[in-house]
Design a protein. Structure first.
Lengths: 486, 107
């Protein structure tokens, strides 16, 4: 098959029977429930845009396994061009959705597992890489959406997984059988979990010998017995169920949609296990996944910023403030910050490195710089948007009052700014800006792909301070003077 | 027609594509085919910005002649966005006429 369209994707979700809870209720079909439809729509666009000629070059490529045309979200990067196209694809998607489209986490997990299973097999004589390739072929051929499930609840951060009072605070193997393993634990903050076909699970931290049962990576279908999903709340989430205009971004929502994924003695057949006890490779998997995922943010968040800047620009026009010099300056600053993030993602992609398995990974130092910048600049871009929108961002009456038989005419009258622009236009722009800047979306920019301190740790590791010191010593004529510092 | 990928287009490329589709339907002396076909006479490479990511040798090699739009330009000649569809049509029709002439000469 290789390329699904969005409608088929929704149909494929309806065929699955996962266990999902939200606001105290069991959800029968995420494709049909108002709280989930925007998230499903965002993910569905990764399918529909692959079929649109104008986006084909970015959203599709050729499988190195089968030679077939596939969605880029199921592709293993094999060149700098692949890495750059990934970033450009994310910008294009971000512009169209104004929201997270979720499929990236699983894509990055595929690439990380692809390379680490190869390394494990080379050293340990296992066959994880071959197993993973068979799963990857299925993902590619059926155009599946998989989540990347890395983050454990972690419990007391002072202690490693094996020393936690509750052993389930990290996913671990509880039983090994002849035909597979049984795992228990949970993964948190899993993007797109409830509207994926399956989960690629990875360890979340470096591990020692005593943590061997926690050094586990596998694939599991979303409706595997024992798997439970609890969908997280987001700012203004009930607006998806009780209004339209006040949602702001009606079709695609505000943020990806993350879930707590619980593994209650879930069975995983050996053919879907890609790491089981090889603890010395856990860190490599974490670092490569994190690098791949941090590479993204200057693509997707810049795409979102494009839409946010557009909303802000449109809003200042309908409010009549567009000619003020500070307004123009702030809009320019928003563009400057957004394009700086894009520069970072392009740079880490162009500086990508080939791995022994044959695939390419973004430059880790620059990818971490990318994400760390996003944790700051996304907030500043949002701050400038809110500055230019004005206090009305926080006080606009609801659509029900705008439609009210008695007060509606007053709301319409006083929400109008520039005379010949309908109040509805201003209200819609305000709501879009509100959705994109007030709440959960920013927290995702902060912590998605790892919190700022995680990036700083990676940057410190790769900073090569000693070499920089030698550069300075040479210039300052301290000690022996080599011709060049290496 | 071959698009660059449209990561962040400066111009509306689909407007050019729709215009050419209409022209093809009206004139009927040329047709738009997938680039994967053999014997493509011309490829119109639609790039959203001057980086012209779609302007690659392997794309140009799939046709006898190529026409490249890159943001507000056609074959590196500056053209305002509003004039792009009509100008691409004009340039493409020049190619069509040249091909017709060479076919007649061959016959």
């Amino acid at each position: 098959m290789s390329l699904m369209e969005g409608k088929q994707y929704r149909g494929s979700l309806r065929k699955l029977k996962p266990e999902i809870y939200y606001l105290g209720e069991k959800i029968e079909s995420v494709a049909d429930h108002p709280a989930f439809i925007p998230h499903v729509n965002s993910a569905a666009l990764t399918y529909d845009m692959a079929l649109a000629p104008e986006f084909e070059e970015l959203l599709t490529t050729t499988s190195h396994l089968t030679g077939e045309k596939i969605n880029r979200y199921t592709h293993i990067h094999h060149s700098h061009d692949d890495l750059v196209k990934k970033v450009k694809m994310l910008r294009a998607l971000g512009q169209q959705t104004g929201s997270c489209f979720q499929r990236c986490v699983g894509h990055d997990a595929m690439n990380a597992i692809y390379s680490v299973t190869y390394d494990i097999d080379q050293k340990m004589g296992t066959d994880y890489h071959k197993r993973f390739i068979e799963v990857l072929k299925e993902i590619q051929t059926k155009d599946l959406m998989v989540s990347g499930a890395m983050t454990d609840p972690k419990g007391d951060r002072r202690f490693p997984p094996s020393q936690q009072k509750d052993p389930d605070l990290y996913v671990h193997v509880v039983e090994k059988k002849s035909d597979g393993i049984v795992v228990s634990g949970a993964k948190m903050h899993i993007t797109g979990a409830v509207n994926s076909h399956g989960h690629l699970v990875m360890p979340t931290t470096a591990m020692g010998k005593e943590d061997a049962d926690y050094a586990v990576s596998f694939y599991v279908s979303i409706d595997a017995p024992g798997l439970i999903h609890v969908f997280g709340r987001q700012t203004n989430d009930t607006r998806k169920c009780d209004c339209m205009l006040d949602q702001g971004n009606v079709e695609y929502g505000m943020v990806g949609g993350e879930a707590l994924v619980i593994f209650d003695k879930v069975f995983v057949p050996w053919k879907h296990v890609f790491m089981c006890g090889e603890y010395e490779f856990a860190y490599d998997l974490v670092e490569r996944f994190a690098t791949a995922h941090r590479q993204n943010y200057g693509g997707c968040k810049t795409g979102l910023a494009d839409a946010l800047i557009g909303a802000t620009y449109a809003l200042v026009q309908v409010q009549g403030t567009e000619r003020a010099s500070h307004v123009r300056d702030k809009l320019v600053e928003m563009v400057h910050l957004a394009e700086t993030l894009y520069c970072c993602s392009i740079a880490c992609s162009c500086q990508g490195i080939p791995l022994p398995a044959g695939n390419y990974m973004a430059d880790p130092l620059l990818a971490n710089v990318t994400k760390l910048n996003v944790t700051r600049y996304a907030y500043e871009i949002a701050r400038l948007a809110q500055d230019l929108a004005g206090g009305v961002l926080a006080t606009t009456p609801s659509e029900r009052d705008w439609q009210h038989p008695k007060v509606g005419k007053y709301v319409d009258k006083y929400m109008k700014a520039v005379a010949d622009v309908p109040a509805e236009t201003r209200i819609r722009l305000i709501r879009l800006l509100e959705a994109m800047t007030c709440g959960t979306a920013l927290a995702e920019s902060m912590h998605g792909a790892g919190s700022p301190q995680a990036q700083k740790i990676m940057i410190e590791r790769r900073a090569n301070f000693e070499r920089k010191k030698r550069l300075a010593e040479k210039l300052a004529k301290i000690g022996e003077q080599p011709r060049f510092v290496c | 027609m071959k698009y660059c990928g449209s990561c962040n287009p400066w111009v509306d490329l689909t407007r050019i594509a729709r215009h050419l589709t209409q022209v093809a339907e009206q004139r009927k002396d040329f047709q738009l085919v997938p680039l994967s076909e053999d014997n493509v006479d011309a490829v119109v490479i639609l790039c959203g910005c001057p980086r012209a990511c779609g302007n690659k040798k392997e794309v140009r090699d799939k046709a006898r002649q190529s026409l490249v739009t890159a943001g507000e330009s056609i074959n590196r000649r500056p053209i305002p966005e509003k004039d792009l569809p009509a100008t691409v049509e004009r340039e493409l029709l020049k190619i069509v006429e040249q091909l017709k002439d060479s076919l007649s000469a061959g016959a």
